[in-house]
Structures are given as C-alpha cells and as structure tokens.
Design a protein around this ligand. Structure first.
Ligand SMILES: Nc1nc2c(c(=O)[nH]1)N[C@H]1C(S)=C(S)[C@@H](COP(=O)(O)O)O[C@H]1N2
Ligand SMILES: [Mo]
Length: 323
C-alpha cells in the first residue's frame, strides 16, 4: 500500500497538465486506486490510502462536521495557466504579520491561534445582522473547490486549490441595505497570543475592505480550506477572504468581523504605507512599486518566473467593474 505513489501536479510534465490531473483530493485518490485493488492488496481493514499522497503536510485534524464536507466539489471553470504550488511549500512560506515578519516562521508561531470556538460577526448596514458560529458556515453554504493564482505585491506568487463559498452567498443572506457601498473585514486582536500585535504603531487588528461590487463578484470567496482539507492556521484558519485579482494583502486571514458600510474604510497596509499599498490593490504590471518589480513574479517552490498579468489574469471576470 505505502508504495503506491500518485504523482502530484508539480511532478508532472507540462504537457500532461489538465485541471483534473493537477492534484487529487482524498476522494479521488480512493477512486483512482479502486476499492477492488484494496481487496486484492489485502489492505481492507485499514482501508486507508497512502499517507504521503493525502496529508503531505501539514497535519490537519478534521472535526466530524468537516469530515462530511471535505473534499468539496471541484469547480473547473476557473482555469490555471501553470501547475499548482506544492502544498508543503505553500504552507511554509506565509505572510501573517500577527505572528511573524519572517515568512518561514509563520507556520510555527501561528499554531498558537485558537480557531475553535470561532465566531464571525456580520453587521453594519444590513437588514439581518448575525453572528455566525464557524460551523454555521459549513452547514449553511455549499463549499466548492477552486484553483486560483495568488500574487503577492512582493512579487512572489502561488497557485493553490482553495475550498470555500462565494462571499455573495453570505451577503445575500444578511441583506445589505441600499445605501451600502463597501464591505470591511477585520481579523482577531490577541496581542498576547500573536505578538506582532504588540507593534503599537501598526493599526491592529488587520483589516481590509472591498467595494460592494467587488465583494459580490463571483471570484470573491471566503475560504475555509486548501488542498482539499480545512485551512492550516498559517493560511488563516478557520476562514479567510480570497480575491485573486488583487494583491495578496487584500485576502485577509482569520476573519472575525464583516461590516457593511457606506464609506471607504481605512485598511491595515494602506494606512501604514499608502505609497506601497494602494487601497484598491488590483494586480497591475503597469503600476511600478518602490521596492518590488511588478512586471514579473516568481512562483514559490519552483522559482519559475512569469510575466505578471493585469488583474492577475482575471480580467474577464473583473475588468468591467473598473470601466
Ligand atoms: N490577518 C492577516 N491576513 C493576511 C496577512 C496578514 O499579515 N495578516 N498577509 C496578507 C498577505 S501580504 C498575503 S500575500 C497573503 C498570504 O497568504 P498565504 O500565507 O496563505 O499564502 O495573506 C494576506 N492576509
Ligand atoms: Mo502579500
């Protein structure tokens, strides 16, 4: 059993890459192996597929509820133009300034974050404000898997399979009022747990915002998982925003509060350094940055260099919002 090796996307030649072959989640691995071969191999009692294929890294313990929703259905509509980043690389090179300014240290320090119980307050200019227990999201919204690129303003990039649901589904439920123009997101504030938050000159807690149009865009999701399982803490467990046409800093992690407002909210990085972190933050190779080249990006893990595309390549879905 343990010898069976199903190659992952980053081990495959470019010519063989198709959305369905880039990575297999737990259910697909089982299917590919075939129940019959499990019998033949005499491995039925354990009935567990090879570990290195399923939970490469990091270790994630699923709750009973999570076991019923992962892996989620894969939506193949959003295509990648490159192979997926290795799960282990994505999980060990992170920006999460609450825990460390050193990307390679975030995965270690972020394990202190207590992600249960976890509540998300959805409030502001809505008809039906509500505080959701995290499990409510898993019960209420249909999770789906989408392959997206993520482009950090620091000129590194990755391509990963997120699991989540459209932010629009949540907003529709709380019913934004007619005067609402923006949605503001706020992360947790626990300086004794996340020592980066002792930096009193920084506007903690981390916050970000989108226009109402951007928030309702079909690409905008709240992610609860990655690589077919719940988010490891360093990726922003238990729930984070993902807006793939914007620089990575918009995709706020570990969200605890979502507020619908009628003004343009200030945001963490834009407050600290407006010349480096524009409020809108759409990926744009034509807008130079004082520190990092914006015309190119380097894929983490493979160091492959790609030309950065306007809207991170998602113009078909988002360009119309900016005309
Ligand atoms: N709460 C919070 N969210 C955050 C950040 C952060 O420091 N704190 N960093 C942002 C930046 S700059 C990037 S590039 C992405 C990185 O996401 P990843 O570590 O899952 O790849 O998270 C974003 N979300
Ligand atoms: Mo970033």
């Amino acid at each position: 059993m343990s010898n069976i090796h199903i190659p992952k996307g980053w081990e495959m030649p470019e010519s063989e890459l198709t959305p369905e072959s880039i990575y297999m989640n737990r259910r697909e691995v089982l299917k590919a192996m075939g129940v019959a071969s499990l019998f033949a191999a005499g491995a039925l009692p354990a009935c567990s597929p090879p570990q290195e294929v399923i939970d490469a890294h990091p270790e994630i313990n699923l709750t009973d509820l999570e076991k019923t929703v992962y892996p989620a259905n894969r939506i193949t509509k959003y295509k990648l133009d490159r192979r997926l980043t290795s799960e282990a690389i994505a999980a060990s090179y992170n920006n999460f300034y609450e825990f460390s300014e050193v990307k390679e240290d975030v995965d270690h320090h972020a394990q202190r974050l207590q992600t249960r119980p976890w509540q998300v307050e959805v409030t502001g200019l809505v008809n039906k404000p509500k505080t959701y227990d995290f499990d409510d999201f898993l019960k209420k919204f249909i999770l789906e898997e989408r392959f997206y690129r993520l482009r950090c303003v620091e000129a590194w990039a990755m391509a990963v399979p997120w699991t989540g649901f459209p932010l629009k589904a949540l907003l529709d439920e709380v019913e934004p009022q007619s005067g609402a123009t923006h949605v503001r997101f706020e992360s947790f504030h626990k300086p004794f747990l996340a020592q980066g938050q002792f930096a009193f000159w920084q506007p903690w807690p981390y916050s970000e915002a989108l226009t109402m149009k951007e928030a309702m865009n079909e690409l905008t999701i709240l992610a609860t998982g990655i690589y077919g399982h719940p988010l490891p803490k360093q990726h922003g467990a238990p729930i984070r925003l993902v807006a793939p046409w914007k620089y990575g800093f918009k995709s706020i992690k570990s969200v605890q509060r979502i507020e619908v407002v009628d003004y343009e909210p200030s945001t963490f990085w834009n407050t600290l350094q407006p010349l480096e972190y524009g409020w809108e933050a759409n990926v744009d190779p034509n807008v130079p940055h004082p520190r990092w080249p914006q015309t190119k990006e380097e894929m983490i893990g493979t160091k492959e260099v790609r030309l950065t595309q306007k809207y991170n390549g998602y113009g078909d879905y988002v360009a119309s919002m900016y005309t």
